[in-house]
Design a protein around this ligand. Structure first.
Ligand code: ATP
Ligand code: MG
Length: 610
């Protein structure tokens, strides 16, 4: 070490602080700049000390977050307690803090979550469902799950099930489940009533003409009293019109500045096969008509929806007014999605249907099925949603915020295992074969595994890269080695440039032959004792003979701007301990110095997050 003890301690404290603030990984740059800020006289010596700093940062980064906190409390107790306070604040912030509901009476609040079964539920649906449920519980009220299934061309039985399953996984338990389609006769009768009361009419104009007149703010002939209203009404309810021949329109105001009031469509004819009603019904209400009536009819007191419906609120209340039905309160919140991870079905569905994604649970998607497969836990999603509160601003929170909530829950629970990407063999001389007992968790009693180490291990290509003769490093939980000679790492065993694959489907991408598996023995080292020295780089390893080829799928942004990102799935190949093949699909583990992963098959995992 070219630095004194005091400086070493300061660097450690800075690195620990930086690591703790960033989920366990300190950045060398950040540590250097902090150090130079507090000890400007070291600027002149930066070249001499950077290697030591890098070793200290690596050491800190090889520790678990808990171990980092413990060491921090040891080295700098005052920082430790500051950290604890911050942690407490963060924790408090993660507790439900939805504002009170206006006009809510204990025991009488009814909320509803009305998904359309036209796709898989996603993180945005989770937000809506969780808020609806939290309010129902907050006031000892009820939550209604209502499948808003009024378009036979879009709904599918598979999607009802997927939504139910997603909610169950999230822990959202509706008190009542129903379908808008259950009430189709009721909706028809309200439609007829509205026409009879002069609040709606049958329009037989073409779509283009309707669009054109709406733009100009002019009425069409169908609207006038003289049109044969009764005959047309009987005809549309009797099923005598075909698709696109007629619609029912609300009699609003064709010159209203709010275009949502310019005689919007209330019913249209759709000839399709509905998953629940088959082809019996062809006259289907729009969302604009069904939502207010259903909400009112279901006893909903507080109906929440995303902000883009705001201009339609006037119509919602106008329909209820004309039909003299009870009016729920309407509340808005912002849409939730992440940058680069769209929730829009327009962007997702084609990628699923064309097989570009492996399915609705492809780990690159923000669907609940994907988040689950990727290793997110429902409690993290709930805490995350509640931490956002009821904001109206459409900001896209960083995905890292959700990751942080998840990491905090899974970090103390999951098993640690070794995985070496781009493996490089290290042959250790002067060593007696050993049986290493590796703890499955540094703190919790999750058992251990015993691995026989003869004289060769694999380390990751990245760790091998900078090594030179004379370097000493620690093979974690095993022993120290001193490098005798290094290999020409450029020939063959460095990371494979084609390992980043654009499209992934389990069938298409069988695990490939490991180029690295046949790489010649490269690094020679010798046993260098067993004493744990803080400043020594500590690296994970896999014993030769115990290795299994393993790959980790790393999901990246699905969209860059408006374009599908062809590099949205990186595949990292390497060796893992054979123990990994015994783990069940869905087991969450931490691959030491790599990241948290969800086991996806006997030879692959998905990166949950670092
Ligand atoms: P999309 O079709 O783009 O997924 P949608 O609004 O048509 O969105 P629905 O199934 O009709 O999807 O939505 C059901 C409920 O979930 C509605 O109350 C809606 O406001 C809410 N919701 C949908 N997407 C989001 C989102 N991204 N953020 C918050 N709430 C959402
Ligand atoms: Mg919708």
């Amino acid at each position: 070490m070219s630095i004194d003890e005091g400086t070493e301690k300061l660097i450690k404290v800075i690195a620990l602080k930086n690591a703790i603030e960033h989920g366990g990984k300190a950045q060398l740059d950040a540590v250097i700049s902090k150090l130079m800020g507090s000890r400007p006289e070291l600027r002149a010596k930066i070249k001499q000390i950077v290697a030591d700093m890098s070793a200290l940062v690596r050491e800190v980064n090889s520790m678990t977050l808990e171990a980092q906190r413990a060491l921090m409390a040891d080295l700098a107790p005052e920082q430790g307690s500051k950290e604890k306070e911050k942690e407490k604040e963060r924790h408090d912030a993660s507790q439900p803090h939805l504002p009170p509901l206006e006009g809510a009476v204990g025991g009488q609040v009814v909320t509803r979550f009305p998904p359309e079964p036209n796709g898989y539920p996603h993180i945005g649906h989770a937000k809506a469902a969780i808020i609806d449920e939290e309010y129902a519980r907050m006031y000892s009220g009820r939550l209604v799950l209502r499948f808003d299934d009024t378009n036979p061309l879009k709904e599918r039985a598979e999607y009802y099930d997927a939504i139910r399953e997603g909610l169950e996984w999230l822990g959202v338990k509706p008190d009542l489940e129903k379908n808008t389609s259950d009430d189709i006769s009721l909706l028809h009768s309200y439609g007829r009533k509205l026409i009879e009361a002069g609040g709606a009419y049958v329009c037989t104009c073409s779509t283009d003409r309707i669009h054109d007149l709406r733009g100009k703010g002019l009425p069409c002939e169908c609207r006038s009293e003289s049109a044969d209203i009764l005959e047309r009404t009987d005809k549309i309810f009797g099923g005598s019109y075909r698709q696109n021949e007629a619609i029912i329109r609300f009699k609003g105001d064709m010159s209203d500045p709010n275009t949502a009031m310019r005689d919007p469509t209330l019913f249209r004819i759709i000839e399709g096969n509905h998953p629940l009603l088959g082809d019996k019904v062809t006259l289907w209400p729009t969302y604009d008509f069904a939502a207010p009536i259903e909400d009112s009819h279901d006893g909903v007191t507080h109906a929440m929806r995303t902000k883009e419906y705001e201009l339609r609120n006037e119509l919602y209340f106008a329909i209820l007014d004309r039909l003299q039905l009870r009016k729920p309160r309407l509340l808005e919140f912002s849409r939730l999605e992440f940058d680069g991870l769209p929730v829009s079905k327009r962007k997702i569905t084609p990628l699923v249907q064309e097989g570009i994604l492996s399915g609705w649970d492809d780990p690159r998607l923000p669907t609940l099925a994907a988040l689950r497969r990727r290793g997110f836990v429902p409690q993290a999603i709930r805490r995350f949603v509640l931490s956002l509160g009821l904001t109206l601003a459409d900001t896209k929170p960083p995905f890292e915020t959700l990751e942080a909530f998840n990491r905090k829950i899974i970090d103390p629970l999951c098993m640690r295992l070794y995985f070496v990407p781009d493996p490089v063999e290290v042959k250790v001389l002067n060593v007696t074969p050993a049986k290493a007992v590796l703890k499955n968790h540094p703190v919790l009693d999750l058992g251990s595994r015993t691995v026989g180490v003869y004289d060769s291990v694999y380390i990751s290509g990245k760790d091998a890269e900078g090594l030179k003769a004379g370097d000493v490093l620690r093979l974690m939980e095993l022993y120290n080695i001193r490098i005798s000679s290094t290999a020409d790492l450029k020939s063959g065993s460095k990371s494979d440039p084609d390992s980043s694959e654009s499209a992934y489907s389990p069938e298409k991408h069988e695990p490939r032959e490991q180029k690295t598996a046949s790489a010649p023995s490269v690094i020679v080292a010798e046993y260098a004792g067993n004493e744990v020295v803080q400043s020594m780089p500590k690296v994970q390893w896999v014993a030769k003979g115990d290795e299994v080829p393993f790959k980790v799928l790393v999901p990246k942004e699905l969209y860059v701007g408006e374009e599908y990102n062809k590099n949205s799935l990186e595949v990292i190949q390497g060796f893992a301990e054979s123990f990994i093949s015994t783990l069940k699909r869905g087991t969450e583990i931490q691959l030491v110095r790599f990241g948290f992963c969800s086991i996806d098959s006997s030879n692959s995992a998905i990166l949950t997050h670092r």
